[in-house]
Write a protein that binds this ligand. Structure first.
Ligand code: DOR
Ligand code: ZN
Ligand code: ZN
Length: 426
C-alpha cells in the first residue's frame, strides 16, 4: 500500500480556503492537517503552487456506450473527465439500446468496467412500462425520466406514466424537464422549446414530488421561471435539488445564432435575462453538471443536427475564469462540483477531503492562461462550443483513489482503473 503526502497545498472546500497537507494511505485519505509528518517510505508531492479541490463529480454525462461509440465510449469519455478534473461521472441511460433494466445495466457495467479510467455511476431510464422494475433496481445512482423527448427514445410524457414512477421510485428521480405536449405545440408555431416548456414540466414534476414525497432532481435548469418554482418548492419542504450547466451559464441565445447547430442543445440556450438569473441565484443550485453530450461534427453539420454539446474538458476552466471575474467564489466551485453532487446522489466516500474519504483530488493550476481549442481534447467528438474563448486555470494533476491518474494534460490511468459506484442504501 502506497502512502503519499501532499505537502503545502491550499485546500478549497465549501467552507473556505486553507493551507493543509493531505496524507493518503492506499485508496483513502488518512489525515488532513498542517505540518503533517511523513511516515517511512512516503512519496511526497509538493503542492505549493496549486489549489486542491475534492475530485470533481459530474452528475450528468452522456458517454454514448452502447450504440454511439463513434461519438464517445467509456474510455474516451472518462479520459475527457479526468482531463477536465472530474474523478467521478454519472452516466445517463439514453443509449442505444437505452439502459432501462437489470440486463442492460449488467451489460453496460461490463463495458465500463474494462474501459473506464474514472469512477462511473449509472442512471436507470424510466419508460411507460418499467416503473416496478426500475424501483427495485439496485446499484444505480437514480432514475432518469425524460418528460420531453430529446436524444434517444426514452420518454414518459403522460401524467399517469410519470406518476407511476414518482409513486414508486425510492431514490432520486432526475428529470429532463421539458413538457412534451408544449414542445410539440410550440414547434408547430415555429418556436423551438421556449422557456414555457421547461416551466410547465418543472411545475408538474414538483407537484408530483410533493404529492408522493419523492426525491426530485431537476436537470439543467436554464430559466428564471424554473429557478423561482424550485426556490418556492424548497421553502415549502419539497425534496428537490437542481443543477445548472456551464453552457447555460456561459452562452446565450445570441451565441446560438452565431454557433448554429454547434450551439443547439435541449433545453436551448436562453436570452441574457435568464442567464443573469442563473448567476444571481446560484445559491439555489445544488450542483453544476456539464450535460456532456458529444455528437460528431458531421452529425452536427447534417440537415438534421442532433442536440447536445460536449462539456467535460471546459467546465472547470470556465468556472475558474468566472471566479477571476467575481461571478462566484472558489468555495462555491467546491460545493457545486464536488460536495453537492456527492450529497444529492448519496456517493459515499466522495466529494470531501476528510479522513476515510476516497483520496480523489483535483490539483488546479490557476495561473495557466489559454484559449479553448488550442489544447487537444480527449472527447471523441473533438470540438467545443466554447472554441476560441480565453480562460485561465485548469486541472494540473488528478488523483483518484490514491493513484495519480492525470498529470500535465496526460491521462495516465490504464483502462479499467475506474470503478462502478452506486448510491449507498439510505
Ligand atoms: O441537448 C441534449 N443532448 N439534451 C438532452 O436531453 C440529451 C442530450 C444528448 O444525449 O445528446
Ligand atoms: Zn436532459
Ligand atoms: Zn443530458
Amino acid at each position: 500500500m502506497e502512502t503519499i503526502l501532499i505537502k503545502s497545498g491550499t485546500l478549497v472546500t465549501p467552507q473556505g480556503i486553507a493551507p493543509k497537507d493531505i496524507l493518503i494511505a492506499g485508496e483513502v485519505i488518512a489525515a488532513v492537517g498542517e505540518g503533517l509528518s511523513a511516515p517511512h517510505n512516503t512519496r511526497i508531492v509538493n503542492a505549493e503552487d496549486v489549489l486542491i479541490f475534492p475530485g470533481l463529480i459530474d452528475a450528468h454525462v452522456h458517454l454514448r456506450e452502447p450504440g454511439g461509440e463513434h461519438k464517445e465510449d467509456f474510455l474516451s469519455g472518462t479520459r475527457a473527465a479526468l482531463a477536465g478534473g472530474f474523478t467521478t461521472v454519472l452516466a445517463m441511460p439514453n443509449t442505444s439500446p437505452p439502459l432501462t433494466g437489470c440486463e442492460a445495466l449488467a451489460q453496460t457495467k461490463a463495458l465500463a468496467k474494462s474501459k473506464a479510467v474514472c469512477d462511473v455511476g449509472f442512471f436507470v431510464g424510466a419508460t411507460a412500462e418499467n416503473a416496478e422494475q426500475a424501483a427495485g433496481l439496485e446499484a444505480v445512482v437514480g432514475l432518469k425520466l425524460y418528460m420531453g423527448s430529446s436524444t434517444g427514445s426514452l420518454l414518459v410524457a403522460d401524467l399517469a406514466g410519470q406518476a407511476a414512477h414518482f409513486e414508486r421510485y425510492p431514490g432520486v428521480i432526475a428529470v429532463h424537464a421539458e413538457d412534451e405536449e408544449a414542445v410539440v405545440h410550440f414547434a408547430k408555431l415555429g418556436q423551438r422549446r421556449p422557456p414555457i416548456c421547461a416551466a410547465l414540466a418543472v411545475s408538474r414534476a414538483l407537484a408530483l414530488a410533493e404529492r408522493f414525497q419523492a426525491r426530485l432532481h431537476v436537470c439543467h435548469v436554464s430559466t428564471a421561471h424554473e429557478l423561482a418554482l424550485i426556490r418556492d418548492a424548497k421553502a415549502r419542504g419539497v425534496k428537490v435539488t437542481c443543477e445548472v450547466t456551464p453552457h447555460h451559464l456561459f452562452l446565450t441565445a445570441e451565441d446560438e445564432t452565431r454557433l448554429g447547430p454547434l450551439g443547439q442543445m435541449n433545453p436551448p440556450l436562453r436570452p441574457q435575462k435568464d442567464v443573469d438569473a442563473l448567476w444571481e441565484n446560484l445559491r439555489t443550485a445544488d450542483c453544476i453538471a456539464t450535460d456532456h453530450a458529444p455528437h460528431t461534427l458531421e452529425e452536427k453539420r447534417s440537415s438534421t443536427p442532433p442536440s447536445g454539446v460536449p462539456g467535460l474538458e471546459t467546465a472547470l476552466p470556465l468556472l475558474l475564469t468566472a471566479v477571476r471575474e467575481g461571478k462566484l467564489s472558489l468555495p462555491e466551485i467546491s460545493r457545486l462540483m464536488a460536495e453537492g453532487p456527492a450529497r444529492i446522489f448519496g456517493l459515499q466516500r466522495k466529494g470531501r477531503i476528510a479522513p476515510g474519504y476516497d483520496a480523489d483530488l483535483t490539483l488546479v493550476d490557476v495561473g495557466a492562461e489559454w484559449a479553448i481549442g488550442t489544447r487537444s481534447l480527449q472527447t471523441k467528438c473533438g470540438w467545443s462550443p466554447f472554441q476560441g474563448r480565453k480562460v485561465r486555470g485548469r486541472a494540473a494533476r488528478v488523483f483518484l483513489r490514491g493513484r495519480e491518474v492525470c498529470a500535465n494534460e496526460e491521462v495516465i490511468a490504464e483502462p479499467g482503473y475506474g470503478q462502478i459506484i452506486a448510491r449507498f442504501a439510505a
